[in-house]
Design a protein around this ligand. Structure first.
Ligand code: NAD
Length: 287
């Protein structure tokens, strides 16, 4: 059966480095500052935000979580983003998605100062990532964390077939760019893709971020493939499960569990990147 890729263990290592870097920055008068904005009370988002808040607190960041009511207006959200854009004690700004339907998420993302866009969603940052040019720009934390995991487990990427299922701006699109920059041959699949099973079966590395339990079954996976399950689905009985069926572990060479795979890496990478942004914005060195 497949090697279990232990996201918790790797996240712990990353967090230890982040703690050291935070101490180094703090001793130079810079406390990494992370502002998280949440609008409404989506229960899943509330859990993610609490986990981020807890980790930032443990790392002794300047951690600010602003919870706005479901009824918040577009102007209120934009004003808050602009406030943190101007605040020198804040180095990273994250607006938890999804926003309530009456708000314009695109405009919110466009308002975040690109150098503080810790989720890498601003078109300037996403564009630099795709063009593979420039330096000192943030990259979406989930795909960046996936790249770290693959690196830690020595999964080769150059020349390999990578299939990404799901094309969100937060996961699928930046992952495609990162894989392309790592010299993989990448295919991006989504809800309109025909013959998904045939496609996924060609993958040496299969990454799935859809939000549908059991979407990927054993017959869709090449024997020995590395499978990265980004999905987080809450079943009726309350258990958390990914997009990949349990039986895939009998076919894959390596696989991430849910929970304990990609999730902890996302949070660790968010903290790692906040420290990085703090260093860039203040001209300090970390590491
Ligand atoms: P999303 O919900 O914005 O979009 C889903 C994507 O799946 C779309 O691109 C759609 O085209 C595609 N899709 C839908 N049905 C499909 C099908 N039958 N076949 C192929 N593709 C299909 O995506 P998201 O925000 O990236 O979230 C996806 C999942 O990943 C969710 O379960 C989310 O909770 C989870 N997630 C986890 C983390 C983490 O840190 N572990 C981070 C972000 C998202």
């Amino acid at each position: 059966t497949a090697t279990v890729i232990d996201g918790r263990a790797v996240a712990k290592e990353i967090n230890a480095v982040t703690a050291t870097q935070t101490a180094a920055l703090t001793s130079q008068g810079v406390i990494p500052g992370l502002a998280v904005i949440m609008v409404g009370d989506d229960p899943a988002s509330a859990i993610y935000v609490r986990n981020k808040e807890r980790r930032a607190g443990k790392l002794q960041f300047n951690s600010v979580v602003k919870r706005l009511p479901e009824t918040a207006t577009q102007v209120e959200v934009l004003d808050l983003v602009r406030h943190y854009n101007q605040d020198p004690a804040i180095h990273g700004i994250l607006v938890q998605s999804p926003l309530p339907a009456h708000l314009n998420e695109e405009e919110v993302v466009m308002t975040i100062a690109p150098q503080k866009d810790v989720d890498g969603l601003h078109p300037k940052n996403l564009g630099q990532l795709f063009a593979n040019v420039g330096h000192q720009y943030p990259v979406a934390c989930t795909p960046k964390g996936i790249m770290t995991l693959l690196d830690r487990y020595d999964v080769p990427l150059a020349g390999k077939q990578v299939v990404m299922v799901g094309r969100s701006r937060l996961v699928g699109k930046p992952l495609v760019a990162l894989m392309n920059n790592a010299d993989a041959t990448v295919t991006l699949a989504h809800r309109h893709t025909h013959h998904l099973a045939e496609l996924t079966k060609t993958a040496d590395v299969l990454v799935v971020a859809v939000g549908q339990a059991n979407l990927i079954t054993a017959d869709m996976v090449k024997p020995g493939a590395t499978v990265i399950d980004v999905g987080m689905n809450r079943l009726a009985d309350g258990t958390l499960t990914g997009d990949v069926a349990a039986e895939v572990a009998n076919v894959a060479g390596a696989i991430t569990p849910v929970p304990g795979g990609v999730g902890p890496m996302t949070i660790a990478t968010l903290m790692q990147q906040t420290v990085q942004l703090a260093a860039w914005q203040t001209g300090k060195q970390v590491q």
